[in-house]
Design a protein around this ligand. Structure first.
Ligand code: ACM
Ligand code: ZN
Length: 540
């Protein structure tokens, strides 16, 4: 697949496939064992099994035919839970797997199994009736219980994703909590062992820098500091229950990771944080100390040829100043590395030798671009920080209302969003978000949305509008993004430094007929931006 599965159906035409022979598997398991590492296989069931169904259609509820997936995600076709041949097949698979992997644990998956087919399958429904199961979740539980019994009889224990809680946990199962921490907390309360791997902290396939500047990946945003900030022992558990949290796992799913170099890039340096949060008690963790040790660690990885993501240099932070010059001091995050920079938007080429001085006219912004070059000659992407000369906007002293915005609608033909300022609204309503979907693209109208934006920290914020036709975005009554005029989709951005707290936000938009679009995003400049749908509050 070329591009992101959520946005693309383009293919490069190169077949994807492959397998390990049993000898190769044994070689990997031994290589790991020689280094005191146990490889635990995950044999996925009852979902994520399209390849098996394509090869053996009798294993599915409908009998197929099935095709091997050509996109990523959750598949509706799953193993039939009412067909004894499925269990015999999986036992045969496990009989081949077990001699290859001497691990105590065998992971049986259990995640992301849609129940659509089971709901209409006579065999599945017959099994539920015969066993008195009240819904398809209990059927899934039956499936997992049955496989657990088989593996227990072979002296092995199962691990399953937190979906195996649904319909009742198998008696001896260890739970991997991936959809946040809730499943792990629930399992520990039921006195089951838990491995924490919440996607909110430990999915190392998620972006680790501004997604706009990183190689394409599945999504998410988990910079090093967020991963380091994870505390695996939930406060909601008693010390006795916490003993059931037996460890953590960093997950790297490789839909978008096509080789070992890219896997290294996603793994390091975040794996160093994973190690520390797994093995250091909460009271001993200290991010500053971790960062201080990082340059030496990364210099070692550099020598070993590990393709880690070179972190942003220390000190490369956005700046807001009322002075005619900003001064920036930088330190590379890899020991022995050198820095190159520019302040005119060009590729960084000036060797950094000491504090960089950035002259700024009133209201002017400039971007500092910096590349790190390691001792072995590896070069980081150009990372940026933006400097703006102006005062911070103070936060309002207001109590926000419910989520949502005030919408004023004008059933009038205007040529600019600014023209709405001299008109009287035809209707006023409280609505959940700036949403123009209630209107047809053919409608001729104007609309003003107003509410409150919550700035989570003192920071330089960037607001963007992508609109067809024109739009204007104001923060605290000051025009920040001028995207006005009669036009097709255009994206425009504007900067404003905001103090932590609530700020007035107003968006004016008009549609002159034809196509229509209004997307508004915001974020700290250079960090992940978010769509402002559902995060705005009513002014009170
Ligand atoms: C998972 O990410 N589906 C466990
Ligand atoms: Zn079935």
């Amino acid at each position: 697949m070329v591009g992101h599965a959520g946005r693309s159906r383009e293919y490069d035409g190169v077949p994807h496939g492959g397998y390990y022979t049993q000898e190769e598997v044994k070689d990997i398991v031994k290589y790991a064992a020689d280094r005191f590492i146990t490889v635990v296989p995950e044999i996925e069931m009852p979902g994520h099994a399209t390849a098996a169904l394509a090869a053996y259609p009798y294993l599915g509820c409908t009998g197929g035919p099935y095709e091997v997936g050509t996109t990523f995600g959750v598949m509706r076709e799953v193993y039939c839970a009412g067909n004894d041949s499925v269990y015999a097949f999986l036992e045969n698979v496990l009989d081949e797997v077990l001699p290859l992997f001497p691990s105590k644990y065998i992971h049986i998956g259990g995640d992301e199994c849609p129940k659509d087919r089971w709901k209409t399958c006579p065999k599945c429904q017959g099994r539920m009736k015969a066993l008195g199961l009240k819904d398809e979740h209990e059927l899934q539980s039956y499936f997992i219980n049955r496989m657990e019994k088989y593996l227990n009889s072979k002296g092995r224990s199962i691990i399953g994703w937190d979906e195996i809680l649904e319909g009742g946990l198998a008696p001896n199962a260890t739970v991997m909590s991936w959809r946040g921490e809730a499943g792990g907390i629930e399992a520990a309360k039921q006195k089951h062992d838990v491995i924490m791997t919440p996607n909110t902290y430990l999915y190392l396939d998620y972006y680790q820098g501004n997604p706009a500047a990183e190689p394409l990946n599945i999504g998410g945003y988990l910079p090093l500091k967020t991963v380091y900030g994870y505390e695996p022992l939930p406060k909601d558990l008693t010390p006795e229950e916490q003993k059931h949290i037996i460890g953590i796992q960093g997950n790297i799913w490789t839909e978008y990771i096509k080789d070992g170099q890219f896997a290294d890039y996603m793994t390091y340096p975040r794996a160093l944080a994973v190690a520390e949060i797994a093995w250091s008690p909460a009271g001993k963790k200290n991010y500053d100390a971790f960062l201080a040790a990082l340059p030496a660690q990364l210099a070692r990885l550099d020598k070993q040829g590990v393709n880690f993501r070179i972190p942003e240099p220390l000190g490369l932070e956005n700046g807001v100043t009322d002075k005619p010059e900003a001064t920036v001091t930088l330190h590379p995050m890899v020991a022995g590395a050198k820095l190159l920079y520019s302040i005119d938007g060009s590729e960084p080429s000036i060797p950094y030798t000491g504090a960089v001085k950035i002259p700024l006219a009133d209201k002017e912004s400039k971007t500092l671009k910096v590349t790190t070059v390691t001792a072995t000659g590896r070069k980081s992407a150009a990372y940026t920080a933006t400097f703006l000369r102006r005062a911070y906007q103070p936060a309002l002293t207001v109590t926000p209302g419910a989520k949502g915005v005030k919408r004023e609608l004008f059933n009038t033909r205007v040529r600019k969003a600014a023209d709405l300022n001299n008109k009287t609204a035809d209707s006023v309503a409280a609505v959940p978000t700036f949403d123009i979907r209630p209107f047809s693209a053919k409608d001729v109208y104007g609309v003003t949305f107003s509410g409150l934006f919550n700035a989570e920290t003192d920071a330089l914020y960037e607001f963007k509008t992508s609109s067809d036709d024109g739009s204007l975005l104001y923060i605290d009554d000051e025009l920040i993004v001028d995207n006005d005029g009669e036009h097709g989709t255009i994206e425009k951005a504007g900067l404003v430094p905001l103090k932590k707290g609530y700020h007035k936000i107003k968006v004016q938009f008009f549609n002159a007929g034809g196509a229509q679009q209004l997307i508004v995003t915001a974020g700290v400049k250079g960090k992940q931006s978010i769509n402002l749908r559902n995060v705005l509050f009513m002014a009170q």
